[in-house]
Ligand binder design. Structure first.
Ligand code: NAD
Length: 246
């Protein structure tokens, strides 16, 4: 499906990003594994991708830092020659009720989860325009559609990502660059494992399919959007949420 394609996945050392990196590699892509802190974990993903038979490198950058991101993109293109797929996956949470949320908690989540998508997208666009092709997939969240108490910062960022996806899709369509988003619901990762048992039970009540999602179930949709099978889809946000938000 992705034979010969070159991909960059942000926040790929663990969780959903790791699964996306591995899934793209299984379908034939070489993958640059972005990480911000945990180099050893990123190296493990690189080794796993190489074991599949693809090329892989790890690239450190804080997605919210434009200078670092530009360097990262330069390094990836220097190594792979082209850049066909960008997956904007990196994200953080700093949950608090609105009345208690500190300005720095709001700023940190917006900077990583929304500004980071803008910076990384801008950084790859020139190369994709030159190639006259590219796929950009943004990882939003279902709460960006529905809202969620205690997550004003996160919800604002993820809703922003959906708007950014639509605008970028419109701006880049004439250059044969497709831009789409996925909106996962509750997926079993370190992010959701950090919730209390009571919070997890409350989550299950809201999911018609009655179970949490798996990172692979997000990765497979991202792989589809990155492939030619999705050649007439752009500007869309696909919900991967067990039916939570219809
Ligand atoms: P995770 O915490 O396991 O992974 C997030 C990754 O992003 C980590 O590797 C982290 O190091 C990286 N990261 C954080 N800040 C960064 C920065 N400034 N620069 C580069 N990398 C950075 O969480 P996850 O559940 O795998 O989440 C992945 C994405 O999916 C996030 O965007 C998250 O908001 C989204 N999401 C997750 C769920 C869920 O239920 N787990 C639901 C909806 C959306």
């Amino acid at each position: 499906m992705l034979q010969g394609k070159n991909a960059l996945v942000t926040g790929a050392s663990r969780g959903i990003g790791r699964e996306i990196a591995l899934e793209l590699a299984r379908q034939g892509a070489n993958v640059a594994v972005n990480f911000s802190g945990n180099e050893a974990k990123a190296q493990e993903v690189v080794e796993e991708i190489k074991a599949i038979g693809r090329n892989a490198i790890k690239v450190q950058a804080d997605v919210a830092n434009e200078t670092c991101v530009k360097e990262m993109v330069k390094e990836v293109i220097g190594e792979f020659g082209t850049l066909d797929i960008l997956v904007n996956n990196a994200g953080v949470t700093r949950d608090n009720l609105l009345m208690r949320m500190k300005e720095e908690e709001f700023d940190q989540v917006i900077n990583t989860n929304l500004k980071g998508v803008f910076i990384c997208t801008k950084a790859v666009t020139r190369q994709m325009m030159k190639q006259k092709s590219g796929q950009i997939i943004n990882v939003s969240s279902i709460v960006g559609v529905s809202g969620n108490p205690g997550q004003a910062n996160y919800v604002a960022a993820k809703a922003g990502v959906i708007g950014l996806t639509k605008t970028t899709a419109k701006e880049l369509a004439s250059r044969n660059i497709r831009v789409n988003a996925v909106a996962p619901g509750f997926i079993s990762t370190d992010m959701t494992d950090a919730l209390t048992e009571e919070q997890q039970a409350g989550m299950l009540d809201m999911i018609p399919l009655g179970k949490l999602g798996k990172p692979e179930e997000v990765a497979k949709v991202v792989r589809f959007l990155a492939s030619e099978d999705a050649s007439y889809i752009t500007g869309q946000t696909i919900h991967i949420d067990g039916g939570m938000v219809m």
